[in-house]
Design a protein around this ligand. Sequence first.
Ligand SMILES: Cc1cc2nc3c(=O)[nH]c(=O)nc-3n(C[C@H](O)[C@H](O)[C@H](O)COP(=O)(O)OP(=O)(O)OC[C@H]3O[C@@H](n4cnc5c(N)ncnc54)[C@H](O)[C@@H]3O)c2cc1C
Length: 320
Amino acid sequence: MENENHIPESQASKACTDVIDVAVIGAGPAGMTAALYAERAGFDAVMFERIAPGGQLATTEHVENYPGFPDGTSGFDLAFAMKQQADNFGAKTVNEEVVAVDVTSTPKKITTAFGSYEASCIIVATGARPRKLGVPLEDELAGKGVSYCATCDGNFFRGKTVVVVGGGNTAVADAIFLARLCEKVYLVHRRDRLRATAVYHKRLEACENVEILWNTQVRRLFADSGKLAGIEVENTAEHSAQKLPCEGVFVAVGNEPNVEFLQGALELEGGYVKADETGKTSAAGVFAAGDVRAKMLRQITTAVADGSVAAESAAEFLTL
Ligand SMILES: Cc1cc2nc3c(=O)[nH]c(=O)nc-3n(C[C@H](O)[C@H](O)[C@H](O)COP(=O)(O)OP(=O)(O)OC[C@H]3O[C@@H](n4cnc5c(N)ncnc54)[C@H](O)[C@@H]3O)c2cc1C
């Protein structure tokens, strides 16, 4: 995802010797939207990205719940279009990983693996990554039967047999959601009781096509013609194994927000950056947007909404 607004490493420090108005950390949907809005409000926006613009969206094969695309769209194409739109308004990208921030100084300081930068305000949009099962074939079958997002991919498994792995609120909510679409849902949980809050239990019990496998862990995934064909699970209490034929496995064992670089600079809530509906964090002039923010629903729609709100808050901070 390259174009003329990408700053090669060797030029990055030179191009950003001035204090950046709005430094956006992370160029996923939230960060790209924040940069677009900041530029349109008349401020210089520089996105810092450690891998490639697009974030999780760029790795999503097909997106069918982002409004405006009645037939769905490729995640990569949508990410590319978002990047182009931000670039068209003058947003810059520095392809460097942010390793530390100083949010107490004026201006604020951003340290990357290659240098340091100063910014009047910062938007943290570093997203999150789903925790994995850690079994062989998991990466190869991601998007080919293995999913980390029931809201995103559930519809692809209408009338099929699927497995949800996990026992917390997300796993149980996913099982209830998938029970409406799928013929059969196995809920594989490694303990003998759910961690999910009580309110979910009754709703789960009402789903006749959900079967809970207690004390059970996924050991292997099976593929056929490059797609998931089934899984092997082990009951650790009975020391027995069984194979479950299924077309989908939804891994709901938690997410890891990308907050390591903050090193305690901002208040967190459940590991995610605590920010109010305007994106304001515990530090003045620092805003959070997208999956990294403590919130209810982590989707592209909510990420872009957060990005626009955070940029508006940043603009207000810079103007007052
Ligand atoms: C497999 C999969 C399928 C999905 N399908 C859908 C779907 O169909 N519909 C839907 O609405 N949502 C879907 N989602 C969720 C959606 O992709 C996310 O909610 C959305 O991308 C969040 O955007 P974000 O900008 O907050 O974070 P991200 O997309 O995670 O982007 C964050 C960016 O920050 C960068 N970054 C992180 N740390 C640093 C650092 N220290 N320095 C510099 N850069 C950093 C990352 O490299 C990344 O590019 C899916 C997610 C996955 C994993």
